[in-house]
Design a protein around this ligand. Structure first.
Ligand code: CP3
Length: 353
């Protein structure tokens, strides 16, 4: 791509980056997965006239939607408004994002021929994302980090192979175990797309990245090591040179935490495993991110305050057990019906304690 890498912003005043690096943040950093989206009336108003994918390829809309939760909640990070299937769409794969369902693939990928025919991602095809990052950075103050992201090869493969969301990943695992050669070619091709998409965002100046392997928790540790870890290892290694925090997150990944943390700087933990326990399962100097159950936001202010206090205490124990930092987040994304005021209240409380 022809554009020159942007000069990276100063990170010295960003609590999120400080926590990820094991430095002392000026306040406890908090952001929420899916903080941009249907919980916000201003998001629903904007989206009324624009499709999901259309919005993701419109730099002005991406910028505005990314900044909405920052203005409203005073979170310590913006997360780029995009989707894990955006680079697949940009590469030319026929797909849509269907409200209430998720990504739907026109022609599922099932054979060696299908894999061979997969297009590659030309960075110019996600130029709108690059322009959006530049616009967002112009508007963010120097304490708020912009997090870029991409889907991990396994989670992307699961959508491509199943053709949409799945409960049991039957076809995905059938290909994985039944034709490992084709599987590894597919994973390598998806890793290339993930790397290119992350590099585009990093070249444009994002302050951190999160790799979502949302559905990796469907795998045993043994299968994860054989079929996934080499590819994800390459993704993290290829972006290490940028020197920005690299966060790795999945759902139901308690048994995979050691393997998922290994290539990353920050390990995202879902709500099933206490942060202190997560630290005991991993090795090396890592920060932890998480892990309030998103349904706690529906339980009223008294329960919310109790659960936040309990999370922050768990975070302190995680630090005592060896974590180098704690970034507060939910254990998975904000649910669409969440009252946005509960999120604002949660941020205020987390910053005040
Ligand atoms: O605020 C943020 O976190 C940034 C935006 C973001 C979206 N998708 C926007 C979105 C991020 C980080 C994602 C990643 C993503 N997309 C993941 C990984 C994160 C996770 O949840 O585990 C996955 C698995 C997807 C695939 C996907 N896209 C799903 C499952 C859905 C939900 C379908 C639905 O309608 O319930 C989408 C659509 C989507 N992506 C929406 C948003 C705001 C909702 C679309 C809408 O507003 O109509």
């Amino acid at each position: 791509m022809s554009h020159l890498p942007r000069t990276r912003r100063s990170h010295t005043r960003m609590p999120l980056v400080a926590a990820a690096r094991g430095e002392s943040p000026s306040r406890r950093p908090v952001w929420f997965m899916r903080q941009a989206g249907r919980s916000l009336p201003e998001y629903r108003a904007l989206r009324a006239d624009h499709g999901m994918l259309e919005s993701c390829f419109d730099a002005d809309l991406v910028c505005e939607i990314t900044l909405q939760p920052v203005r409203r909640h005073d979170v310590d990070a913006a997360i780029l408004f995009s989707d894990i299937v955006v680079p697949l769409k940009a590469a030319g794969i026929g797909l849509d994002i269907v409200a209430g369902t998720g990504p739907v693939i026109e022609s599922p990928v099932r054979t060696a021929g299908d894999v061979d025919a997969l297009p590659r991602l030309d960075p110019a095809a996600v130029g709108a994302v690059s322009r959006a990052v530049a616009q967002i950075l112009d508007q963010l103050d120097d304490t708020t980090a912009l997090i870029g992201f991409a889907g991990a090869p396994f989670t992307l493969a699961s959508y491509l192979i199943e053709g949409g969301p799945s409960r049991n990943y039957v076809q995905t695992k059938a290909l994985m175990r039944g034709d490992p050669d084709t599987w590894h070619v597919l994973m390598a091709r998806l890793a290339d797309i993930t790397i290119t998409f992350l590099q585009v965002q990093l070249d444009a100046g994002v302050d951190a990245v999160q790799v979502f392997d949302s559905w990796a928790g469907a795998l045993s540790v043994a299968d994860y090591r054989t079929y996934v870890a080499p590819h994800i290892g390459r993704v993290f290694a290829e972006i290490a040179g940028y020197g920005v925090p690299r966060i790795h997150f999945g759902v139901g990944t308690g048994e995979l935490l050691a393997d998922m943390a290994a290539p990353a700087d920050v390990i995202g933990v879902d709500w099933r495993v206490p942060l202190e326990e997560a630290v005991r399962r991993i090795s090396g100097p890592k920060a932890v991110q998480g892990n309030l159950d998103p349904t706690v936001l529906f339980a009223g202010p008294t329960v919310l305050e109790r659960e936040i206090r309990s999370l922050l205490a768990d975070g302190q124990r995680a630090l005592a057990a060896g974590a180098i930092g704690h970034i507060v987040n939910l254990g998975h994304g904000v649910l669409p019906d969440t009252d946005p005021d509960a999120l604002t209240r949660a941020v205020e409380l987390i910053h005040s304690l």
